[in-house]
Design a binder for this molecule. Structure first.
Ligand SMILES: CC(C)(COP(=O)(O)OP(=O)(O)OC[C@H]1O[C@@H](n2cnc3c(N)ncnc32)[C@H](O)[C@@H]1OP(=O)(O)O)[C@@H](O)C(=O)NCCC(=O)NCCS
Length: 157
């Protein structure tokens, strides 16, 4: 069963998997994302571990900082970023289930949050499909990201 928990130091070994060059164009590794949060002394960003049963299988960050305002005017939105699933466990439905569960996770832990926003590279078909399948809306807004054009998507909670 897939579940979500706030990242704990003991999860690090389980989320410190290696993504290949192609996948690293689309997301930050957990290590990099955690380092960014630490370097900025960022108290607005919350790393989350995706568990498959008792085993860490993936990672993402819920970022309430200013970066979200590039995607929305809603101050009560959160930016979902740096999503990845361990390459050895990809293709088993874990990413999709995690994206189905993130709504309740956000509602439970951040009562004032009313929207999740995200950006996905236009070449990242599997991630884009997961977001569409889990209720994210693409109204055709785009921006140029680190590795080219991205779809900007949102989901109201
Ligand atoms: C995107 C990512 C998180 C998806 O996680 P996942 O657990 O592998 O995804 P799922 O198993 O839930 O698959 C969801 C869909 O994508 C398809 N899919 C997943 N991996 C695939 C692969 N390697 N090849 C083909 N299709 C794939 C599945 O068939 C499924 O489609 P379906 O529901 O229509 O059958 C994972 O591939 C990943 O970590 N990628 C690298 C980082 C990244 O791109 N992050 C997203 C940044 S926006």
């Amino acid at each position: 069963m897939v579940s979500l928990e706030f990242f704990k130091a003991e999860d690090f070994a389980g989320v410190n998997y290696i993504l290949d060059e192609t996948q690293l164009r689309f997301t930050a590794s957990a290590e990099q994302a955690l380092r960014n949060i630490q370097n900025r002394d960022d108290t607005d960003a919350f790393p989350v571990t995706i568990f498959e049963d008792d085993k860490p299988a993936g990672f993402f960050v819920l970022d309430f900082g200013q970066d979200k305002l590039e995607l929305t005017k809603n101050k009560d939105a959160v930016l979902l970023r740096s999503l990845s699933v361990n390459p050895q466990m990809q293709g088993k439905g874990i990413g999709k289930k995690a994206m189905q569960k993130v709504d309740d996770f956000v509602k439970e832990n951040f009562k004032n949050c009313t929207e999740i926003v995200l950006a996905v590279n236009q070449k990242n078909n599997s991630a884009y499909r997961i977001y569409l399948q889990t209720g994210y809306i693409d109204e055709g807004k785009t921006r140029i990201g680190r590795s080219g054009p991205q779809h900007l998507m949102y989901k109201k909670l």
